[in-house]
Design a protein around this ligand. Structure first.
Ligand SMILES: [Zn+2]
Length: 279
């Protein structure tokens, strides 16, 4: 349900002509119309929304009963070797969280870093330190938006399940985003009821039951190779066993948001909702 860049047709006649409906607002209204419940606002190519628009969009979301999260820009690498690139990455996170809080969004999702041939433990230590430095000022200004590092789909990207869970356990204000398609692409496995249960139980063991009560999930089909993710696919065109995942989520009474990232976001989001309700 990623709508931000989508040029939705504006069929909303009742608005004052001087105020143009943004694509984000149109997306939110469409989500509500479809009977879906949440949306991730896409800032993946940069946060181009200003404070005034963010407040207006937040109002629309509130009125429509659509819960929001945001996806931070892709240009983030907390393990960059140049100090200024790390600082720019931290500022992008802080700025995204600032706009997200005006949107009334609950969390921002981000891809924390690339390994750049450094050893994973060294990268972990660095990402953790840089992320702590990022969360500090946000907490100080009372920003309550959670920072959610995502499980990433490629071997070159920091973001294994363990790394994401450890950051979440060790830093206040940080919680995981589990992208199950990425976990599958990265590991090859991670595509059966048994493995989904194991992943969820591992998360509950590391972070406590409350982690299952406030989950953030990304879901789609996925095309992958030896190095992991290649591109996202629609669920039915992929090998992803989404019914088994939904069964595991239901079995463990998991609560939270599922963001569909298939090329056909609308169709697959509805498919997931319908399948989940029929279990
Ligand atoms: Zn992502």
């Amino acid at each position: 349900m990623r709508w931000y860049e989508r040029k939705a047709p504006f069929r909303h006649g009742g608005r004052p002509p001087q105020r143009q409906v943004s694509a984000t607002e149109a997306g939110i209204e469409r989500i509500a119309e479809l009977g879906l419940d949440c949306m991730e606002v896409q800032f993946v190519r940069g946060v181009k929304m200003n404070e005034r628009v963010a407040r207006e969009v937040g109002e629309v979301a509130k009125k429509s009963g659509v819960r929001l999260t945001a996806h931070a820009p892709y240009f983030i690498n907390l393990n960059a070797h140049e100090k200024e690139k790390v600082v720019a990455s931290q500022q992008r996170l802080i700025h995204t969280a600032h706009i997200a809080s005006l949107l009334g969004a609950e969390a921002i999702v981000f891809h924390p870093a690339f390994y750049l041939n450094d050893s994973p433990p060294a990268v972990y230590a660095r990402v953790k330190e840089m992320l702590e430095e990022t969360v500090g000022p946000l907490m100080a200004e009372g920003n309550r938006v959670l920072l959610r590092p995502e499980t990433t789909g490629k071997g070159s990207q920091f973001g294994t399940l363990e790394e994401v869970l450890n950051l979440s356990a060790e830093i206040d204000g940080v919680a995981p985003c589990l992208d199950f398609a990425h976990l599958h692409a990265r590991r090859g496995g991670g595509n059966s009821y048994k493995e989904f249960m194991a992943i969820l139980n591992q998360m509950a063991e590391r972070l406590g039951r409350q982690a299952l009560d406030g989950m953030h999930i990304h879901l789609s089909g996925i095309h992958y190779g030896r190095k992991g993710e290649i591109n996202h696919l629609n669920l039915k065109e992929s090998d992803f066993r989404y019914v088994e995942l939904l069964r595991a989520l239901k079995e463990l009474e998991v609560k939270g948001l599922i963001i569909c990232e298939s090329p056909d976001r609308e169709g697959d989001a509805l498919l997931l909702q319908e399948t989940y309700n029929s279990l």
